[in-house]
Design a protein around this ligand. Sequence first.
Ligand code: PMP
Ligand code: GLN
Length: 379
Amino acid sequence: YISKLPNVGTTIFTVMSALAKKHNAVNLSQGFPDFESDKKLIYLVTKAMNTGYNHYAPMRGLLELKETIAKKFDTLYGTTYHPEKEITITAGATQAISTIITTFINRHDEVIIFQPAYDSYQPMVELNGGTVIPVQLKVTNNFKVNWNDVGTKINDKTKMIIINSPHNPTGSVLSKEDMQNLEALTRETSIIILSDEVYEHMIFDELEHQSACLFPDLKSRTFVVASFCKTFHNTGWRLGYCCAPKDLMNEFVKVHQYSVFGIHHPTQKGIADYMQNPEHYLGLSDFYQERRDYFLDLIKESRFKFTPAKGTYFQLLDYSEITDEHDVDLAKIWTMEKKIASIPLSVFNANGLDDKVLRFCFAKKDDTLKRAADILNAI
Ligand code: PMP
Ligand code: GLN
């Protein structure tokens, strides 16, 4: 056979988590909490299993859950998505992203991606014959987007722009002005926006999440992608969703129905019941800001340089004053020798740009963050 992805290996998340396990290192690499989901939610999912939610769920998702999501958009963002026509439940954000790209990207279509970029975007574009047009975000500029630069990359072949705010791996967020710039640049085009908003409920320091759905012209061309796995501390449940205007969604479900058909049914019912209480997700920013501040306070005397993350549960640490080792090598060496695992930033840059920065996940218990900080302070 001829590989369709000849340059792709195993994801860095799998590699680093396996290495952490093998060497018994504190694992702040792959992004997942080391605490359990709320017992009440687990009870509601098992209750659904015991009350008949065990056969195929509707192909686009359980109506009750989609109605709850529509209500959330209305309350939080004052915008309407039709629960039956404009919302689909997916197997995590990962499947939403891969299906959106598969649905719309043809050979030689161009997709603008801001890098460092979450690792699934580029392979999915390439698998579908598209070309990634990268826009580099710079650590020296706090990863701010230069919209003039973006403007120079838009042309007749531009089919899609992928944005991600709050941003993995940098923890930066897009402002209202950023979104207005994107809207102005793409007005009167048919460029599809894939807006990866999986960290929408983890945004700090009084900042407000600027969902693409808040900007009417953008909304008319946007897929908003979200994940329950992030919000409810159960990354293994693989449940997410996407929202888009009905014509775009109709195309999406043509592919969705033949890639997964429907998603795990009892989990959809359990989450629909759980989300009746919005406090279950509205408190998340405060919760993670407290985690971030606890971690950063512990390492404030260390030799790492950092700017506090504005969102997500990731913190970048700049090690340039400690060593000039390549970040991928360093992440592995420190996992094996210092017993602390992180993710090297350069793997999110297709050009391999190495800014001497590592990403640490702070979705961890006090004790785990304390053990990590003790190691980092001794480096
Ligand atoms: N997008 C981003 C930016 C992510 O960080 C992640 C998960 N780490 C995903 C998408 C995938 O989310 P899920 O686990 O729901 O598939
Ligand atoms: N999104 C998670 C992270 O950034 C990992 C997801 C995965 O392992 N595929 O760490």
